[in-house]
Design a protein around this ligand. Structure first.
Ligand SMILES: [Fe+2]
Ligand SMILES: [Fe+2]
Length: 421
């Protein structure tokens, strides 16, 4: 099984994982042979890549921390909630003066949602209970890398941030009530983006200073919208407000500073002037992780080993380094289902295979089924290698473009050339 981008996917490939719609209903089940019409329909839905069977390691299926189906359902509820909040805000706040003008016109009255919106929020509350219990019951984050490849990015991304946030909150032993507030804050953190033009949000090149100034308004607007919602606490609104702040004080919108020390903050925390809240520091780490791990219209998701390296570089000045440390212990560099190549060390150098399991106690030392030898030939007897038994081994993640053509049904060199462009 491997992940193939929809661009360049030829009819005839067999789907390895079921794809769900926003209501959690199966759209195409695992085992479906994709024809041109299916591929067109998937593209139209905004999907950017799918898992395809390769005939070599199809029994290795990533075990999702939260199932695709549950994710799809929550994503649908987040989308409805965003739309409903946006509608009421639009009714009350539209007019001149940009975001500050709108916030002025919102007034101090709570925002009252229509019946559909109220229903979606009630469903979100029960989704949160479900999500927390799934995360609390799981003993491994080996499935955290689950496919995030939809271009309706904001909603899927919100769910990812909530899953990662709760996983971190649980490791930091946050009380249950606080986990709920964290989950809600993560689900809603980017709600201020509903007012930002999509051409700016999805822009491939560098943003102009004016465009960046527009983007920078979303945490403030998000806070102003959420604090007018009938939530039990203001903390979710603060997650939205603070998720782009940095430990060093270089973030936006207020240039708050972070603490890097967790200590007893999981239990007692006072809102300190000029300081980030722990709940928002967790949200910030989960937000960056999700952004790096997702396909975007202008770039593919970063492989997990590069995400780990990037997060480590950001720890300290940008992200809370203790929280990043926890995430590094939870998120494998080579998740189950990833194709890897052994680079140096041992007689297996140059061999390629698929990660079959990740030990909970040592997430960076996976078990691998080696299926291609150093010349790229398919091995008649695949080798099951536990990398804990092989000291000084270096691994590298592979993308579908690195796999031999017979595994992915198209010319490898053509793939490489298009990637280099
Ligand atoms: Fe954001
Ligand atoms: Fe975000």
């Amino acid at each position: 099984m491997y992940r193939h981008s929809l661009e360049g996917l030829a009819p005839g490939e067999v789907l390895a994982k079921t794809i769900y719609d926003d209501g959690g209903r199966p759209l195409l089940t695992a085992g479906t042979r994709l024809n041109a019409a299916y591929i067109r329909a998937l593209r139209k839905r905004g999907l950017m890549s799918v898992y395809i069977r390769d005939g070599l390691a199809d029994d290795v299926v990533p075990n999702d921390l939260v199932s695709e189906q549950v994710r799809a359902t929550i994503t649908g509820h987040v989308a409805t909630t965003f739309t409903s909040i946006a509608m009421v805000a639009e009714e009350r706040g539209s007019g001149p003066g940009g975001v500050p003008g709108m916030v002025d016109r919102l007034g101090e009255q709570p925002l009252e949602l229509d019946t559909r919106g109220q229903k979606a929020i009630a469903e979100l509350y029960s989704d949160i209970e479900y999500l927390i219990s799934e995360v609390l019951e799981s003993d491994s984050a080996a499935g955290l890398e689950s496919l995030k490849t939809h271009s309706s990015y904001t909603f899927e991304h919100s769910v990812d941030v909530a899953v990662v946030g709760v996983l971190l909150g649980r490791r930091l032993q946050m009380p249950y009530d606080r986990l709920r507030e964290l989950a809600l804050g993560c689900l809603m953190h980017d709600i201020g983006k509903t007012y930002i033009d999509h051409t700016i949000l999805d822009k491939a090149g560098k943003l102009t200073p004016d465009e960046f100034a527009v983007i920078q308004q979303h945490p403030y607007l998000g806070f102003e919208l959420l604090r007018r919602m009938p939530f039990k606490s203001l903390l979710p609104a603060h997650v939205a407000y603070q998720h782009h702040e940095k430990q060093s004080g270089g973030g936006y919108p207020r240039g708050l500073v972070g603490d890097n020390q967790i200590g007893s903050r999981t239990m007692h925390e006072r809102v300190g002037a000029g300081r980030m809240l722990l709940i928002a520091e967790i949200g910030a780490v989960a937000d960056v992780y999700s952004a790096l791990a997702s396909d975007r219209p202008y770039r593919r998701a970063m492989p997990s080993d590069q995400i780990a390296a990037t997060l480590s570089q950001m720890a300290g000045k940008h992200l809370n380094k203790e929280i990043v440390g926890w995430l590094r212990r939870l998120v494998p560099s080579y998740p189950v289902g990833t194709w890897v190549e052994i680079q140096f060390g041992s007689r297996w150098a140059g061999y390629r295979g698929v990660v079959t399991s990740v030990p909970f106690t040592s997430v960076d030392e996976p078990c691998i089924r080696l299926v291609l030898d150093a010349r790229g030939e398919q091995m008649t007897d695949p080798v099951e290698l536990d990398t804990r038994d092989v000291p000084d081994l270096t691994l590298m993640s592979l993308t579908d473009e690195d796999l031999p053509p017979h595994l992915r049904g198209r010319d490898a060199r053509a793939g490489r050339a298009s990637r280099a462009r």
